[in-house]
Design a binder for this molecule. Structure first.
Ligand code: IPM
Ligand code: MG
Length: 353
């Protein structure tokens, strides 16, 4: 098992360190892996002038899985687009063909009070968002800003081919089959042709999955339903941009984006695993960030890329134990619980293992 570790910027290094410690702790029980670290994002721009250097790309291509912290920070906000830290993330997704982004939004019962929604609306919430990650308006050509009639015009292209829709649809149907057997496909077919095709292909695919109940929802309604009655959803599948927006919304239903892992997979289950949250520059280096989303991302890595369900479940159970025992980082702290820092949280998970 070859793991490429890309800590990135902000809190990235602190949280990936804890996830690696958790993996290390499983070595004595037979988990065998190598881990090599490289630069991505703003730190890579500072060191090499580009957010996704050639050495990083080589290491990532050679690895079986990638564990990533986070990229970005205010000091890189004014760089030209090509040098922005986010470009590093988009480049690695595209280069490795990581088209299937799985973003679970699970509410841990101990954290029910952390949600801004009423407990009865979110209790027991367990949604999986399947977001297409290498197409859509994020990558469509042409794109740019040009002069037209004496003023500047900005433009991007929203485009999906049938094969791109079909392959992400399959991932979503398969995922639904292993869960509650309900799939909601989100589009904007009342306005956008590319998403009309999206809906048509999802309907065609559904013939192969008679055991999965397929429904469709327009994206504006889906955004509303997520805060009105989120428990109606099991698996949601949508394009790159709608998925970006809806997955942030869904994650916040659970109270803390600091708890949610994600996986981005290619057709052979090679994957990039990262927390759903960002680099949190405001708390970087202070040792207070929540490492659980990254630790849970490492668990997803063991499950999806390495087929080590046993070890994955052990990490997830250790996290549940630690929450039940009252350990909380600042983002999920409430009076009566025990406030700990990044490293102490890592220690607690390792002890619970
Ligand atoms: C995400 C992020 C990225 C995206 C950014 C950092 C490019 O928001 O992973 O959701 O838009 O995909
Ligand atoms: Mg996002």
């Amino acid at each position: 098992m070859k793991i490429c570790v890309l800590p990135g910027d902000g809190i990235g290094p602190e949280i990936t360190e804890q996830a690696l410690r958790v993996l290390e702790a499983l070595r004595s029980d037979g988990l065998d892996f190598t881990a090599e670290t490289a630069l991505i994002g703003g730190c890579a721009v500072d060191a090499t002038g580009t957010p996704y250097p050639e050495v990083t790309s080589t290491l990532a291509r050679e690895a079986d899985a990638i564990l990533l912290g986070a990229v970005g920070g205010p000091q890189w906000d004014n760089l030209p687009r090509e040098q922005r830290p986010e470009r590093g993330l988009l480049a690695i997704r595209k280069e490795l063909n990581l088209f299937a982004n799985l973003r679970p939004a699970i509410l841990y019962p101990e954290l029910a009070n952390a949600s801004t929604l009423k407990p009865e609306i979110v209790a027991g919430l367990d949604i999986l968002i399947v977001r297409e990650l290498t197409g859509d308006i994020y990558f469509g050509q042409p794109r740019g800003i040009r002069e037209e009639g004496g003023e500047r015009v900005g433009f991007n292209t929203m485009v999906y081919s049938e094969s791109e829709i079909r392959r992400i649809g399959k991932v979503a149907f398969e995922a639904a089959r292993k869960r509650g057997k309900k799939l909601c496909s989100v589009d904007k077919m009342n306005v956008l042709e590319s998403t009309q095709l999206w809906r048509d292909v999802m309907i065609e695919l559904s013939a192969d999955y008679p055991d999965v109940e397929l429904s469709h929802m327009l994206v504006d309604n889906a955004a509303m339903q997520l805060v009105r009655a989120p428990k109606q959803f099991d698996v949601m599948v949508t394009g790159n941009m709608f998925g970006d927006i809806l997955s942030d919304e869904a994650s916040m239903l659970t109270g803390s984006i600091g708890m949610l892992p994600s996986a981005s997979l290619d057709a052979n289950n090679k994957g990039l695993y990262e927390p759903s949250h960002g680099s949190a520059p405001d708390i970087a280096g202070k040792g207070v960030a929540n490492p659980l989303a990254t630790i849970l991302s490492a668990a997803m890595m063991l499950r999806y890329t390495f087929n080590q369900e046993g070890f994955a479940a052990r990490i997830e159970n250790a996290v549940k134990k630690v929450l039940a025992a009252g350990y909380r980082t600042g983002d999920i702290y409430e009076p009566g619980t025990r406030r700990v820092g990044t490293k102490e949280m890592g220690d607690a998970v390792i002890a619970a293992l």
